[in-house]
Design a protein around this ligand. Sequence first.
Ligand SMILES: Nc1ncnc2c1ncn2[C@@H]1O[C@H](COP(=O)(O)OP(=O)(O)OP(=O)(O)O)[C@@H](O)[C@H]1O
Length: 236
Amino acid sequence: MEPRIRVENVSKTFTLHTQGGTRLAVMAGASLTVRPGECVALTGPSGAGKSTLMRIVYGNYRADAGSVTVAGTEVVNAEPRTVLALRRHVLGYVSQFLRVVPRVPTIEVVAEPCLAVGRCPASAEARARALLTRLNIPERLWGLSPLTFSGGEQQRVNIARGFAHAYPALLLDEPTASLDAANRAEVLRLIAEAKADGAAILGIFHDAEARAAICDRAVDVGAFMPAAGAATEGAG
Ligand SMILES: Nc1ncnc2c1ncn2[C@@H]1O[C@H](COP(=O)(O)OP(=O)(O)OP(=O)(O)O)[C@@H](O)[C@H]1O
């Protein structure tokens, strides 16, 4: 089966404009693939570039060289509208923190990705209700904005939103961090269901048990760190 996420020879150097234009080479020759139904973990020491690579795949950071394709769409140097369409229909991202518009009720926050892909309101809301129930968000909170929720509640709303639409490709940044055992098990079930539906999943899982339970293999991002000495180039 063709990979659904393909990263080929990606390199990234940050230019620190506020620090004399210092250039920091953080990644060179990064390559990986994720096939439909597969869950691949990004591993490697702190600072190796796991988050950076996820952001490059999502189109938040631009790679300096190389190629990233998601379901055949090139992400590096893509037009913003191409990236937005990809994110709406194909590529989901469960980040560590919930970012929402103030005053929008939780049920709408979770239903929104389904509405955005044209699902009817009743079915989008049914999906949102089912996910909020599974993730143990009490129904009395569904009509309120999640902005005042506890950290753990916000994280579960974020996960519910991320899994509402059955994205063909999914990026997960620490989806089980700081969840209690029951909710953690539920999130692992959601990931397993997405895999069974054919989603290609790329994730960062510091939770080693979760990684062992759900990931088919790991890619060590440490292998893509530029050689020592190349890490900091001169200003310019
Ligand atoms: N926006 C940025 N500007 C400048 N440097 C950055 C930026 N984002 C990341 N870096 C640098 O890139 C390197 C990789 O960072 P990254 O956050 O991707 O690592 P990580 O493997 O996810 O680490 P951790 O496990 O600690 O979260 C670090 O040296 C970091 O300082």
